[in-house]
Design a protein around this ligand. Structure first.
Ligand SMILES: *Cc1c(COP(=O)(O)O)cnc(C)c1O
Length: 401
């Protein structure tokens, strides 16, 4: 096959691919660790990690090996039969999350849907909420995925408009506002669905005590607390899960992205038996959920996090990176915020839109993505080295100072 240039490939995508994304103008055809390469052989440092789905680095050898080995044995059985990978992966993820049980799906949105179904079913079967009256509390500027039910409680017009009629049963309150949550709770409330840090909203870190406060409200009112750790989980913020910064115990942990080791979509929710026990055969499922290939990959993905101490790395290097960004003296920078290696740099509006800077950084060999108009998110693979962060900082300095 003839080799295509970046220009050609972008033109073909434009012609034949639906325009539901606005990518930076770079074509990636190879990757390893934190580095990616385009067809012209230019190298770039990946500072997005596919929205935190590549925490272990691109093509981690151990995860690739697990994938190849499993591909040579069996890849898909459906849950009509048992397979030899899902039980062991379920146990491993249950241990990792500290929960009794796992329900496996594929994409993040499916895991969020699963959490919503769990909270509702628990509400009717255990809490005794009147039929079809269940309410779930959600937050302003949330991002939980793209299904019709999930975008029904989005406040982003791009994500939501012209997709109605919307799914009812969600009560929207301001993020980081415990009083608003207290006011919103009533006898029909079955759950609270929250991101411990709002990634897509621009790496919005809530006040200390917010998650603890949610936990308290949930306990006092017999309401389930579901943490969407799809972006923040698997060591991204300096702990295995972001909720661990506050030492809370959520009822449901929603996972995706890096669980698939940057190779394929693997998602799941974890909860205890009194909650996941609401599911009986036939009441929920997924053809590919729990498939042996995904389970082998995800097991290796978890092993890598532990063996390479990626939580500690993320914590330490995140501080280093954030301090470096904060030290850049520039009237263009309004503030820098984040936890671990999930960092948002908020621009002053006088600086012009973030896209200007992500484009300029791409020119210098650093890939990152704007979120909304004024925020740049930095989320490199957690295997990044200190010297590479220094290199990134000098590029960012050149573009922003
Ligand atoms: C990415 C993301 C999702 C959706 O995951 P998909 O795999 O794209 O469906 C849900 N919640 C959060 C917090 C995310 O970052």
């Amino acid at each position: 096959m003839a080799r295509h240039t970046s220009e050609e490939l972008m033109a073909v995508e434009h012609e034949y691919g639906a325009h539901n994304y606005h990518p930076l103008e770079v074509v990636i055809c190879k990757a390893e660790g934190i580095w990616v390469e385009d067809p012209e052989g230019r190298r770039y440092m990946d500072m997005l990690s596919s929205y935190s789905a590549v925490n272990q680095g691109h093509r981690h050898p151990k995860i690739i090996k697990a994938m190849k080995d499993q591909a040579d044995k069996v890849t898909l059985t459906s849950r009509a039969f048992y397979n030899d990978q899902w039980p062991l992966f379920a146990k491993k993820l249950a241990d990792f999350t500290g929960k009794d049980m796992i329900l496996p799906m594929n994409t993040g949105a499916e895991a969020v849907e699963t959490a919503i179904k769990t909270m509702r079913k628990w509400g009717y079967m255990v809490k005794g909420v009147e039929k079809d009256k269940a309410e779930i509390i959600v937050f302003q500027d949330n991002f939980h995925g793209r299904t019709v039910t999930i975008i029904s409680f989005s406040v982003d017009p791009d994500a939501k408009d012209n997709y109605g009629p919307y799914t009812p049963g969600f009560v929207l309150v301001p993020y980081d506002d415990l009083e608003a949550v207290k006011k919103a709770v009533n006898k029909n409330t079955v759950g609270i669905l929250v991101e411990p840090i709002q990634g897509e909203a621009g790496v919005v870190v809530p006040s200390d005590g917010f998650l603890k406060g949610l936990e308290k409200i949930a306990r006092e009112n017999n309401v389930l607390l579901a943490l969407d750790e799809i972006q923040t989980g698997f060591c991204r913020t300096g702990k295995d899960f972001a909720f661990q910064h506050e030492g809370i115990t959520p009822d449901i942990i929603i996972m995706g992205k890096a669980l698939g080791g940057g190779i394929m979509p693997v998602s799941a929710i974890a909860a205890n038996k009194d909650i996941l026990g609401v599911f009986k055969p036939g009441t929920h499922g997924s053809t590919f959920g729990g498939n042996p290939l995904a389970c082998a990959i995800a097991s290796a993905a978890i092993d890598v996090l532990k063996e390479e101490h990626l939580a500690e790395r993320s914590e330490e290097l995140g501080k280093y990176f954030m301090d470096g960004l904060k030290a850049i003296k520039s009237p263009k920078i309004k503030l820098v915020r984040g936890k671990g290696l999930l960092i948002g740099l908020v621009l002053n509006q006088s600086a012009g839109k973030a896209r200007l800077y992500t484009t300029a950084l791409k020119q210098k060999g650093l890939l990152c993505k704007e979120t909304h108009d004024w925020i740049i998110r930095f989320a490199p693979p957690l295997v990044i080295k200190k010297e590479e962060i220094d290199e990134a900082l000098s590029k960012i300095r050149e573009v922003l100072a």
